[in-house]
Design a protein around this ligand. Sequence first.
Ligand SMILES: CC(=O)N[C@H]1[C@@H](OP(=O)(O)OP(=O)(O)OC[C@H]2O[C@@H](n3ccc(=O)[nH]c3=O)[C@H](O)[C@@H]2O)O[C@H](CO)[C@@H](O)[C@@H]1O
Ligand SMILES: C=C(OP(=O)(O)O)C(=O)O
Length: 429
Amino acid sequence: MKYLKVHQSGPLNGKVHIPGAKNSSLALLAAACLADDIVTLEGIPHIDDVRIIEAICRDIGMELKQMGGQVIADPRWIHSAVIDPGKASSYRASYYFAGALISKFGKVTIGFPGGDDFVSRPIDQHIKVFQALGAKVHIYKDHYIVEAAELRGADIYFDTITSGATINAMLAAVRASGMTVLRNAAVDPEVVDTACFLNKLGAKIYGAGTERIRIEGVPYLRGGTHTVIPDRLIAGAFLMAAGLHGGQVTVMDVIPEHLGASLAKLEEIGLHIECGDSHVTAYRSGKLNATRIRAGMYPGFATDLQQPITSLLLQAKGKSIVTDRVYPNRFAHLPQLRRLGANIELRRESAFITGGHPLKGGWVHATDVRAGICLLLAGFSAEGCTHITGIEHIQRGYEDVIGSFRSIGGKLSLEELDAEELLNNAPVV
Ligand SMILES: CC(=O)N[C@H]1[C@@H](OP(=O)(O)OP(=O)(O)OC[C@H]2O[C@@H](n3ccc(=O)[nH]c3=O)[C@H](O)[C@@H]2O)O[C@H](CO)[C@@H](O)[C@@H]1O
Ligand SMILES: C=C(OP(=O)(O)O)C(=O)O
């Protein structure tokens, strides 16, 4: 078993290039199935979730070729809309294949979504979308089937704001007949990016980025080229790293506007922030302040960043509270942080942090991608050496976690766990 060995490091200083966004890339690669000609996507990251998509695409007949920084997808020869349940359940965003294939094939057979486990991640709003557009959804033990002789535009009001179901609704409606209106839609950058891509191919999607999206169905989508937006979640975590020991980190090739809520909170915590057109610098010159974070849907503070910022708040003297309104059970990292000596308690949907106590290295387990980054930041702060297992979760979302954190002075390496170490140290999950 492989693990990450992390030494106390810092101050962390330097510039780091931010790759294309995982959450956008997963949508765009599935969206490519909707086109009737070759599609080129630039900036798709080399992460495990993308490798699973490559395997799914091979199964259904859409070859993906990697050329330099580009992925070239040829959807003209897709011959199947049956997605292997094991592959579908290996990551979260497999549900986009249901939305992207239903209009061309009339029937999609697909496994349930996997991804990070936050106790409850329902897909009722995705099902509601398919049904509203005229499809029938049949649920089986390890897969579901979406079936529709014809998809017709509909007026759909989301019961909760969901980026996944908003994107899936756009995918399904883009080739439906007539007009679809989505209300209470998510306004995340990944929703806008998917709409921009589809519009380049000839889709007619209006209002993405607002809570009301209109989609006029079209019978045909041409090929085209698109560059995925930068990963705001990776960028946010690097800026947090600057605060750990008083360093200075610049994230390059980002869209600063996508980081609004995180930058505001980092300033509140005591970091200085300087934004350029496509870069952001964070540095710390004084003490850190404890604060209150409430994670919510975009443009609120991202749930995907509440775990990393918890490690920064452990360094801020005083009491901080982190609440997650999107995933109230997204706190599997807390027992792991306690193994490093963190004074942190879970009460209902909030972490109560008493910061300013030194951490001490130990063995911890990453239960999901951002928990992994949270533990990595805690490892940079902790005295001695921290060993993080569960790195396959980190690899779902980070293409070169070691290289990129080393480039700002992080001391970390990939190690192999031998049987004796496993017996003596492996963390209780
Ligand atoms: C691959 C991907 O893009 N993952 C991101 C996406 O996940 P994902 O798309 O799964 O998350 P959603 O935006 O759909 O979820 C938002 C909220 O809606 C709820 N909900 C969602 C769908 C549904 O049918 N019913 C329902 O109740 C969820 O439980 C959650 O409370 O957005 C999350 C919230 O920003 C991020 O943490 C994930 O990194
Ligand atoms: C929750 C996340 O991913 P997924 O939705 O793919 O599980 C994440 O990227 O933080």
